[in-house]
Structures are given as structure tokens and as C-alpha cells.
Design a protein around this ligand. Structure first.
Ligand code: GLA
Length: 385
């Protein structure tokens, strides 16, 4: 069922409109966003749709095509962090209502029907897609006129302070501000974005996303620990945000870290600062239309995330290694880690061999069968109808 059909079936009326926002893949720049660093994500074709309409009551109602026939009804005053409404999937749309209200926007009670094709748990930002679709829908409906970066921050505010996930800004920015055919070069410290052409098909290449279907429960706790490590290192180095350490000053910075956890902190810092540099190099290669040359940077990013940042897992390593052995130009884990997806850049004619090699390796290892998709850069959040 589409979001419109779901809206009609559950609320017995037509929606005022339908908006959608995509999931994302991050080409490179992993675990840098919350350090004020550089990221280069792009939107994928899979989208979350939000159909909304005012209901003239004092109650917000939310429903989702993916959640049976449930309609969750919540009084406006009960939409606050920690309340029962802040639990489970309704927290994403209701969190956006709360985040808008927190910015002084008077959101009238609405009916919201969701329908998402972004797979949950695959590291493709299904939650950012829902948040951005709802944020743009309400903003457009109310004529608030927020620009894309502001919508992304509202969505992140919902995720951080209502849902309670301490993510950075990359996913929401990619979902809100991407454009078709381009990767989004986002310098979080500077607050600037640039759309970089990224046409794999024209270069005879394919970008595969290998969803390992692994989900390790330590993901959330370890994410928070990595953030804390970066904040602690920044403090020791006398910078506000870790990514303010320039690549040229990396060795000096590593020498300044001391204390019982110095060895660990050095690895964390080395990952973040070298990853920012890999983003710069990737952007330069894309500008020079040398997409194939990006492959080794992807593999170097994976090694850094595995060895220095320690956020990979056996399934992600197996997918990345097997893809490379089967002829991919480069491969790496994407997103927070400890499960989710690997991206592999491959020539079009090797794509089939890469996919079947990964399938074979997972079957031999006794892991669930991965889901492999081919992705191209799609449009960001938009008004559909
Ligand atoms: C998750 C978070 C993002 C980012 C990545 C790691 O996807 O939501 O903000 O930190 O992990 O790059």
C-alpha cells in the first residue's frame, strides 16, 4: 500500500499531500560527522513516504503501512521525550513534531501515514528517511520555509533528543539535501555542502550495497563510546572538535595524547583525521572524473574502521574482503558498524562475480544470505503529490 492508500484506509479521508525522503549510502567519511569532519554520502532510490493531513482534533494519529493496522493516537501534550509516545517506530514521526514545536513552530494536530521502502537495520538510514519526509511534509504544509540544512537539523534533533540516539548530522543531511546524480560533500565543521557529480554508469562501474543482515547488540553502546573517545581526545588536544586537527598535524597530535588510554585514543584520532583526508582525496578524484581510482580509498577506509576505530565485525570484514578478492575496485563498511552493509565499487562486468562470491562465502561461513542491491545517487526529500 502507498502512503496515500494507507492514509485513506486508516483515517477515512484524503491526505493534504504526500512527501518522501530517501535512505542513504555513505561513499566515504565514516565516523567523522560528530567530530565536525567531512562526509560524502548520497541518497538512494529507496524512500520513505509520509502522507499527512490536519485532523481538526487535539490528537495526533500515526500509522505505518509496515506496522499492521495499528493507529497510534497521542494527545499533543503527551508528545515529549521520555513519554510512552517516545517509544518504538512512532517516536520518529512524533519526534519531528516535537522538534518543530521545540523551535517554536505551532504544529496543529495531524494524521500521518508512513510507507517506507528503506530496509530497516541495513545501515541505510531508514530512520532519517522517515524523519526527513515528515519534517519536509509539516514544514511545507505550514509554509515554514525551512531550508534543507535546517530540516536536517530538526530531524537530527528529533533523533538525538526524542528518540534518544546520539547520531551526527550526516544521515539527515544526505536524506534532506541530496540531488540526483550527485554525492553530497558536507563539511560539518564549516557547515557547507557541495553537490559532486557521481555517475558510476557512465564510467562503466556499479556500486553494490551488500546488506549482511548482521545486527550486533553492542552497536549503540560502542557508538556512544567512540563519540566520547573523540570528545576526550579533542579536549586533550585543545580543539573544540577533533576534526579541527589538520592532517599535516596528525603525528604531532598523536604525540600529545597521554594517560592510560593513550594507545586507544591515538588509534581513534588516526582514523578520524586520515578519514577526513580520504574524503578530500575522493572528492578530488570525482571532480577529475576518475571514479575507478576511488576504490583503494574505500578499502583503506574499511581497514581504518576495522583496525583503528574498531567498529567492524566478522560479517562486514568477510563481505569487504570477498568483494575485493572477486575483483571489486574497493569495498568498505558503511554507517555505524557492528552489522549493516558494505559497499563495493566494481566494474559493471565484474558485478555479477562479486555478488556470487559474497553469497558463496556467506553460505560457507554459515551466515544468513546477504541482500545485494545496486545503487545510484537519487534525489533528496521532495513533495510527491
Ligand atoms: C550512523 C550515524 C551517523 C554517522 C555514522 C557513522 O549512521 O547516524 O550520524 O555517525 O553512523 O559515520
Amino acid at each position: 500500500m502507498s502512503a496515500t492508500e494507507t492514509f485513506r484506509a486508516r483515517f477515512g479521508a484524503d491526505p493534504a499531500g504526500v512527501w518522501s525522503a530517501p535512505g542513504r549510502v555513505n561513499l566515504i567519511g565514516e565516523h567523522t560527522d560528530y567530530t565536525g569532519g567531512l562526509v560524502l554520502p548520497f541518497a538512494i532510490a529507496a524512500r520513505a513516504q509520509a502522507a499527512i493531513g490536519p485532523n481538526g482534533s487535539g490528537i495526533f494519529r500515526v500509522t505505518s503501512a509496515q506496522r499492521g493496522n495499528d493507529v497510534i493516537s497521542v494527545a499533543a501534550q503527551d508528545i515529549r521525550p521520555g513519554a510512552p509516545a517516545a517509544k518504538g517506530w512512532p517516536a520518529y514521526p512524533l519526534g519531528v513534531v516535537w522538534a518543530l514545536a521545540d523551535r517554536g513552530i505551532d504544529v496543529p494536530p495531524l494524521d500521518i501515514a508512513l510507507d517506507s521502502a528503506v530496509p530497516a537495520g541495513a545501515g541505510l538510514s531508514s530512520s532519517a528517511a522517515v524523519e526527513c519526509a515528515v519534517a519536509l511534509a509539516i514544514s511545507d504544509q505550514l509554509g515554514s520555509g525551512f531550508d534543507r540544512p535546517t530540516l536536517a537539523r530538526i530531524a537530527q534533533h528529533a533523533e538525538n533528543d526524542f528518540v534518544g540516539v546520539p547520531c551526527g548530522l550526516m544521515d539527515q543531511m544526505a536524506s534532506a539535501a541530496s540531488t540526483e546524480g550527485h554525492a553530497l560533500f558536507f563539511d560539518i565543521g564549516a557547515g557547507t555542502t557541495e553537490h559532486i557529480p557521481f555517475d558510476t554508469a557512465a564510467a562503466g562501474l556499479r556500486m553494490l550495497v551488500i546488506d549482511t543482515r548482521a545486527h550486533h547488540s553492542l552497536a549503540d553502546g560502542e557508538y556512544a563510546k567512540r563519540r566520547a573517545d573523540c570528545e576526550f581526545a579533542a579536549e586533550q588536544l585543545g580543539v573544540e572538535l577533533l576534526s579541527q586537527v589538520p592532517f599535516a598535524g596528525l603525528d604531532e597530535a598523536l604525540g600529545q595524547l597521554n594517560g592510560p588510554r593513550a594507545a586507544v585514543l591515538r588509534r581513534r584520532v588516526r582514523h578520524v583525521i586520515t578519514e577526513n583526508e580520504r574524503v578530500r582525496e575522493t572528492v578530488a578524484l570525482l571532480r577529475a572524473e576518475r571514479i575507478a581510482a576511488v576504490g583503494p580509498l574505500l578499502s583503506a577506509s574499511h581497514a581504518s574502521l576495522r583496525d583503528d576505530y574498531e567498529v567492524s565485525c566478522a560479517e562486514l570484514d568477510l563481505a569487504a574482503e570477498t568483494a575485493e578478492q572477486a575483483g571489486a575496485l574497493g569495498a568498505r563498511m558503511v554507517g555505524g558498524g557492528f552489522g549493516g552493509s558494505v559497499i563495493a565499487l566494481t566494474s559493471s562486468d565484474r558485478a555479477g562475480a562479486v555478488e556470487s562470491s559474497v553469497m558463496g562465502a556467506f553460505s560457507r561461513a554459515g551466515y544468513p544470505r546477504p541482500v545485494v542491491r545496486s545503487v545510484t545517487p537519487a534525489a533528496g526529500a521532495r513533495h510527491d503529490a
